[in-house]
Design a protein. Structure first.
Length: 252
């Protein structure tokens, strides 16, 4: 399914991006809950009209539930590829991070979040920093984070803001430049042995299908987040015409 421009005509008039992003979040949660996540896990879409659209992936702490690990195969034998980037970070020193974490016995415990970027997240330095602080907070608590940026009307490197908050310069990592992207994050290691941040950056391009990225729900266990399948589901739900994908090689 080729990625469409939801922030410029004609789609921004016929299908406003807020409505589409809400439908996309619901489609992602539905797809994850239909056999992608282990039985003890579930996804919930949360829409904040003043900020990003978030999908929280939570797990119920029951006496029967256990943390998935490297010995627990993912759906269909899924195995995440090696990270494109692994960099040492100091998560403990990030200031001003406040994250609501559900950890009481018998209550849901947040383990991952998927963030759909909005134009407002990119419009001012303060907005970009607030978004980065939120994502770093998830990582500090051991959660996985996926950031999906399909906003075409504003340019800002939110993933660079996240890395900057952790004391890492994105330019030093040799990451491919892309105005639109999907990036998966996980933090590994401990304070004693050193913390490292693993990244799976995937460029997005209008007219091209969307990628599948790993969604880390435990330090050593991920499930596939099929952005293309959830995107197609949301377009079909809203009756958005499915445009043909751009050919890999343009005709001469």
């Amino acid at each position: 399914m080729p990625l469409l421009d939801h922030f410029n005509p004609p789609l921004n008039r016929t299908h406003p991006w807020r409505g589409f992003h809400g439908a996309w979040a619901a489609a992602m949660a539905r797809l994850l809950n239909q056999g992608v996540l282990p039985p003890e896990y579930y996804a919930i879409p949360l829409v904040n009209h003043d900020g990003p659209i978030v999908i929280d992936v939570a797990t119920l702490k029951t006496s029967e539930a256990r943390e998935p690990g490297h010995d627990a195969p993912g759906p269909g034998g899924w195995s995440a590829p090696a990270p494109a980037v692994a960099v040492a970070v100091d998560l403990a020193d990030a200031d001003g991070v406040e994250v609501q974490v559900f950890a009481d016995d018998g209550d849901p415990r947040l383990v991952a979040a998927i963030e759909l970027i909005s134009p407002r997240n990119k419009d001012r330095p303060a907005s970009r920093r607030a978004f980065a602080v939120k994502c770093v907070g998830y990582l500090q608590q051991g959660g996985g984070v996926v950031v999906v940026d399909a906003v075409t009307t504003r340019r800002a490197d939110l993933n660079g803001s996240i890395l900057s908050l952790l004391g890492v310069h994105a330019d030093d990592l040799g990451l491919p430049s892309a105005d639109l992207s999907a990036v998966s994050y996980r933090a590994v290691g401990s304070e004693d042995e050193g913390r490292r941040l693993h990244l799976w950056p995937m460029p997005l391009e209008l007219g091209r299908p969307l990628p599948t990225v790993p969604l880390w729900i435990a330090p050593d266990f991920s499930v596939p987040l099929d952005l293309d399948a959830s995107y197609r589901m949301s377009c079909e739900d809203l009756r958005i015409p499915l445009a043909p994908a751009r050919p890999a090689v343009e005709p001469v």
